[in-house]
Design a protein around this ligand. Structure first.
Ligand SMILES: C[S@@+](CC[C@H](N)C(=O)[O-])C[C@H]1O[C@@H](n2cnc3c(N)ncnc32)[C@H](O)[C@@H]1O
Length: 275
């Protein structure tokens, strides 16, 4: 049942939390549940202010009582099979859900949605963090795990930059790195792991010959990364695995030589292993 775009279960859960813990001690009339559901955000803000001003609670405590959280949610590599129940629950109870189109379509329920693209991601993340600080429960959804080349880093930067006080909870997801290691039967504690995503990272040249396999997210696509490595003296005959579109029906796991990777075409959605 959805009331005005909100998930009714989570609204009831919040109301239950308010009644049990705080409202009887405040001396304010209890607002009927129906009003709370239809004016959920306004009511949240009202209680937020009551808790802050009259109970003289710290912002963090008031937010916790009202169950206001900024969730940073890992959505896994792309298939619904890899979305965790914890991730689904966080999204369901959120007033606002922000993420790329590819990840948002994995989730049902929750309130308003904002889709970001490569060009406006920073702007949309700022909006999401600020709205969480204003009293909305927000989920920012990341592909894979948010802590690996995901949204956690920019969100932490935004929180610091604007000195925003929010309760943040990270819901881990299955990273494309993990699924790649699983497909290749590769214990990943014995591997170098890094991302070249969106940057020229010369760190790889320091570790590529240390005897361990290197699992990496390519800079743009595997061909460009192979070209960069060969140009910087890495043996073109090195064994490589490319895992493309992991967990999707058209997933491909390819084993080839570095020079063949340089001369082939792949989608941007790949993880590479250099043995
Ligand atoms: C911005 S990074 C996000 C990584 C993500 N946080 C993770 O833990 O997998 C995006 C890159 O991750 C890799 N990636 C994400 N999903 C993938 C998938 N299903 N198959 C292969 N590579 C994937 C690709 O290299 C893609 O360009």
């Amino acid at each position: 049942m959805v009331v005005k775009g909100y998930d009714a279960t989570s609204a009831f859960e919040r109301v239950a939390a308010l009644k049990n813990e705080d409202l009887p001690t405040l001396g304010f009339p209890v607002i009927p549940i129906s009003i709370i559901i239809s004016h959920q955000l306004k009511t949240h803000n009202l209680y937020y202010n009551i808790l802050l001003r009259y109970k003289k609670l710290g912002i963090k405590k008031a937010r916790r009582i009202l169950l206001l959280v900024l969730y940073i949610v890992g959505a896994g590599p792309g298939s619904p099979d890899f979305v965790t129940p914890a991730a689904r629950r966080a999204v369901k109870k959120s007033d606002l859900i922000v993420g790329s189109g590819r990840v948002l379509e994995l989730f049902e329920g929750g309130g308003e949605r904002i889709v970001f693209s490569g060009e406006n991601v920073r702007e949309k993340l700022e909006e999401a963090v600020k709205r969480a600080a204003m009293g909305e429960t927000v989920s920012i959804v990341s592909t894979g795990d948010p802590g690996f080349s995901g949204v956690l880093k920019p969100v932490n930067e935004i929180i610091r930059k604007f000195n925003i006080n929010v309760d943040v909870q990270v819901i881990p997801g299955v990273s494309s790195i993990q699924l790649c290691a699983a497909r290749l039967l590769l214990p990943w504690n014995q591997a170098n792991i890094l991302t070249l995503h969106g940057r020229k990272n010369t760190e790889i040249l320091r570790i590529i010959n240390n005897g361990k396999p290197t699992i990496l997210l390519p800079s743009k696509n595997p061909s460009e990364t192979a070209s960069f490595l060969i140009d910087n003296g890495v043996d073109p005959q090195r064994k490589v695995a490319v895992c493309e579109r992991l967990s999707y029906p058209d997933e491909r796991v390819m084993k080839m030589k570095l020079e063949d990777v340089k001369n082939s075409k792949f989608s941007y959605m790949c993880v590479m292993v250099i043995y």
